[in-house]
Design a protein around this ligand. Structure first.
Ligand code: HEM
Length: 502
């Protein structure tokens, strides 16, 4: 006979768990809520803090901008149990990434990114310290140096020319540029990382795309780190673990392949070859590069390098479609420079001064990583007279800074001319313009990223005129953003190409 305990049914268990979690949170919340002089911020509610203020139709960077308009450029929010500092002005960004850079160069330990990064042994999510310094050096000097980026030129030229061919084949009909441009940038990264040999490229690309969009999602476990139950029941965690397992098997297979067959053919060295060489050289050091380190670094290159570059190409084209005069001027420049040759390659790209200012303007209005990668304070410190507790997470709202009328005239308008003859650039010293971040954690892939944006834009402007489908007017093009590892267009960019025959 079955034994039914009226007190031990599922309702009872759920209520008990709910009460247990609630008590834990209240305890933690009341301990942390001491009376230190925190930066201004909206009123916090018990347990949830300011989370209710982020529940709206806006994306996090848009919500933070609205709140900062009331509470100022150094704003404190409490999300669940965790203190957040939201930075929305160039001078406060400079405080974090220059004056106090050493204190703010840690990354928080977040549930999904920790799985993605093989337990934070990569570059992006690794905490500040000797391990990160070692990998960052490898990255800057060997994987993403100017010489190395230049060595991938033939890959970029082939992949972009395949893109042009596939668009030409659909001349006059609607083309999904979002889809094609993502395939092109991920094709460049795949070949730069693995060479041509991987049989799993397609499966790998789609797993990466899926995992990148999951990493951009809000995860309740990250704002209640003391409540381990939220980690156990997270559906996103289960999905990321499954995708990561698939990716791991593919990467391991690629590494084994490279170990077995690539030794004699040293020309066209790809990133896995370079990492294997470093692994062999460091084999007997106290800090050898493990296979997991290699896989984590390669994943970083995809996570950080693919959607950022393809997003910038798509926003650039979208802004030009919306502003046809700018499109015409850019086309005239590219065609003037390359008409003598009859085709576009990288040799003359330095002459495209107007196109370069279009790219800068695109990254001002549409920074690929609008809140930068989250940082975390290592020790308690003071900024602008306010106390910042240790372990405060920091989001730098580059998106808000780029749209602030105090620093940019007609900030919401797309005006590439503002960058012509301007000394402002994105190398991390002009804090009103930091799409690649600044300080120790600044993006090491800038040169690679920019070259993946310049050549496709030049080719798309040289070979095609562009029309919107269904008689849509230029100004009607939808520019809604979606949140992920990088901000992209919510709706795919679909245009009709008209091939130009010079
Ligand atoms: C348009 C292209 C790109 C943009 C806008 C961009 C932007 C950024 C930003 C904002 C950060 C965070 C900086 C900070 O926390 O201060 C970052 C970090 C990083 N990026 Fe990029 N990125 C781009 C392309 C690339 C490419 C192509 C690669 C490599 C293939 C790459 C590799 C990395 C890595 C490894 C980090 C982590 C650095 C660290 O934590 O030490 N990025 N990127």
């Amino acid at each position: 006979m079955e034994f039914h305990n009226p007190f031990f049914n599922s309702t009872f268990i759920c209520s008990f768990l709910f009460l247990f979690v609630l008590l834990k949170i209240v305890k933690k919340w009341s301990c942390n809520n001491s009376s230190i002089n925190l930066p201004p911020g909206p009123w916090t509610l018990p347990i949830i803090g300011n989370m209710h203020q982020l529940i709206s139709n806006s994306l996090p960077h848009q919500c933070f901008k609205n709140l900062a308009d009331t509470y100022g450029p150094l704003m404190h929010l409490k999300l669940g149990e965790v203190s957040y500092l939201i930075v929305s002005s160039p001078s406060m960004a400079k405080e974090i990434m220059k004056t106090h850079d050493l204190n703010f160069c840690d990354r928080p330990n977040l549930l999904l990114s920790t799985i993605f990064s093989y337990n934070a042994i990569d570059i992006i999510f690794s905490p500040y310290g000797e391990h990160w310094r070692q990998l960052r050096k490898i990255c800057v000097l060997q994987l993403l140096s100017a010489k190395r980026v230049q060595s991938f030129r033939y890959i970029r030229e082939e992949e972009v020319s395949n893109l042009v061919k596939s668009i030409s084949a659909s001349e006059g009909s609607i083309v999904n540029l979002s889809h094609k441009i993502f395939l092109m940038t991920s094709g460049i990264t795949t070949r730069a990382a693995f060479g041509k040999r991987s049989k799993h490229q397609e499966a790998f690309k789609s797993a990466i795309k899926e995992i990148a969009s999951l990493l951009g999602e809000f995860c309740i476990a990250d704002v209640y780190p003391s409540v381990k139950m939220f980690q156990w029941v997270s559906r996103a965690k289960t999905k990321v673990e499954k995708l990561h397992k698939e990716i791991d098997m593919i990467l391991q297979d690629i590494i084994v392949d490279h170990k077995n067959i690539h030794k004699e053919e040293s020309k066209d060295e790809d990133l896995v070859d370079t990492l294997l060489k470093i692994q062999q050289e460091n084999d007997h050091s106290h800090n050898p590069l493990t296979d997991n380190n290699m896989k984590a670094i390669i994943l970083d290159m995809f996570g950080a390098g693919t959607e950022t570059s393809s997003g910038a190409v798509l926003w650039g084209i979208s802004e030009m479609v919306k502003n046809p005069k700018i499109m015409e001027k850019a086309q005239a420049e590219v065609r003037k420079v390359f008409d003598k040759k009859g085709y576009v390659d990288e040799t003359e790209l330095h002459q495209l001064i107007y196109l370069k200012s279009i790219i800068r303007e695109t990254l001002r209005l549409h920074p690929s990583v609008p809140l930068l990668v989250p940082r975390e304070s290592r020790e308690r410190c003071q900024i602008n007279g306010y106390e910042i507790p240790a372990k405060t997470r920091v989001a730098i709202n580059v998106w808000a800074i780029g749209r602030d009328e105090r620093y940019w005239a007609e900030a919401e308008s797309f005006k590439p001319e503002r960058f012509l003859n301007s000394t402002i650039d994105f190398k991390g010293t002009n804090f009103e313009y930091i799409p690649f971040g600044a300080g120790r954690r600044m993006c090491p892939g800038m040169a690679f990223g920019l070259s993946n944006i310049e050549l496709p834009l030049a080719q798309l402007l040289y070979h095609f005129d562009w029309k919107l489908p269904n008689g849509m007017k230029n100004e009607e093009l939808d520019m809604t953003e979606s949140f992920g590892m990088a901000i992209g267009r919510k709706h795919d960019l679909c245009l009709i190409p008209i091939t130009r025959r010079p």
